[in-house]
Design a protein around this ligand. Structure first.
Ligand code: WQD
Length: 351
């Protein structure tokens, strides 16, 4: 059974820790005095984020961060990391995450996301580390029968291989605990993570044309893209456009720190929704970002995007009642911080 330990005595492995949510979580953990190890193959992240983390947390805390450039599916690399570090728990972000790309590349998505997870938990088991927080997603709820979504809402068929990998990895980790009750598993189901670190030094930096709404809107705002393409304006929502539960990435980061503190000394499998409990439409996002950047952003109405659900938003009372966590920031702060990041870094980390 994992022992409850103070952050100062705990070493946390963060897979995918150079990515968008991973890097913001690493900052949160370092600021809580954890020792942190990042493993990331940089396939969808920039090594420059490490300098930004150092700049945000300062020299003393940055000394408690180490980085390994490696594929989480590379067992030898994982063995070396666990040999070199006394890992107390793992936060598992690493994985391919583009919904549309996953439809075109199922072998790569199942191979990478599932294969790397199996390698990770096997090496964890060999080293007696059985505490894991998994980066799951509201996408496992599929097209909801009712809203808001609670953790008891049924998991439904996913509409793409990316979503199925989240669905399946939740099952794999649950089966792990069934086989060995010493496992300590927390499944965090994120809704829609957006925003950036309030310093403007870190943020979302997708490669190529952004799949997700916010980075695309931000690139329109900074002049890299001509106009926002609104996928569907005939949904059964107040203004006809899709509704989602957008959550500030800093709230998501604090949710991981809360889960780490909560799970110490426990065993079992626990699910928590991480959202705000509020639904926001595409047009409302465009309006909020227009306010944040100080100009009206152009948009065009397009047909619906295949696989999109009309609406989803969370009931997060379980995280509040059990972990004492709830989201602090609203849409205006999310757009303000996202705009500060994008305007200070028009080409992301590559400058
Ligand atoms: C949000 C809304 C679109 C782009 C997915 C994954 C989730 C998470 C986030 C990975 C929808 C509309 C979008 C655009 C638009 N995982 N939209 N124009 O699809 O809710 O969630 O990404 O990071 O697990 O399922 O996010 O930002 O793509 O879409 O109108 O250019 O914005 O139709 O209503 P989604 P999204």
């Amino acid at each position: 059974m994992s022992q409850k330990r103070d952050p100062q005595d705990s070493c946390i492995l963060v897979t995918g820790g150079a990515g968008f949510i991973g890097s913001h979580t690493v900052v949160e953990l370092l600021e809580k005095d954890y020792q942190v190890v990042i493993v990331d193959d940089l396939s969808n992240a920039s090594e420059k984020v490490l300098d930004r983390i150092d700049a945000i947390v300062g020299e003393e805390r940055a000394a408690r961060l180490s980085f390994y450039r490696a594929d989480v599916g590379d067992r030898d690399a994982l063995e070396a990391i666990f040999d070199d570090n006394q890992i107390d728990a793992v936060i598992h972000f690493a994985g391919y995450k583009a919904v549309g790309e996953s439809v075109k590349k199922p072998i790569e998505y199942y191979g990478n996301n599932i294969g790397s997870t199996l390698a990770l938990v096997d090496v964890m088991r060999e080293h007696g580390c059985k505490s894991i927080i998994f980066s799951s997603s509201a996408t496992v709820y599929g097209d909801p029968d009712s809203l808001p979504l609670t953790e008891a809402s049924p998991k439904k068929a996913c509409t793409n291989p990316y979503g199925w990998t989240k669905w399946m990895i939740e099952q794999i980790l649950s089966d792990l605990h069934t086989a060995d009750p010493e496992w300590n598993v927390v499944l965090l189901r994120y809704f829609n993570p957006i925003g950036a670190h309030p310093t403007g030094l870190m943020g979302e930096d997708p490669k190529g044309i952004p799949n997700n709404l916010l980075p695309y809107v931000a690139q329109v705002a900074v002049g890299k893209r001509e106009s926002v393409h609104v996928f569907g304006s005939d949904y059964d929502t107040p203004d006809g456009t899709g509704v989602r539960d957008y959550i500030h990435v800093m709230d998501l980061a604090s949710g991981h720190a809360a889960a780490l503190a909560w799970m110490g000394g426990r065993t079992g499998v626990e699910i928590f929704n991480l959202g705000t409990g509020k639904g926001t439409s595409v047009l409302q996002i465009i309006e909020a970002f227009s306010s944040a950047c100080g100009r009206e952003l152009p948009y065009v109405l397009e047909p619906r995007r295949a696989g999109d659900v009309t609406a989803n938003y969370a009931d997060c009372s379980k995280a509040r009642d059990e972990m004492g966590w709830e989201a602090r920031f609203g849409i205006d702060e999310m757009c303000r911080d996202s705009w500060k990041w994008q305007s200070n870094n028009p080409n992301g980390y590559e400058g």
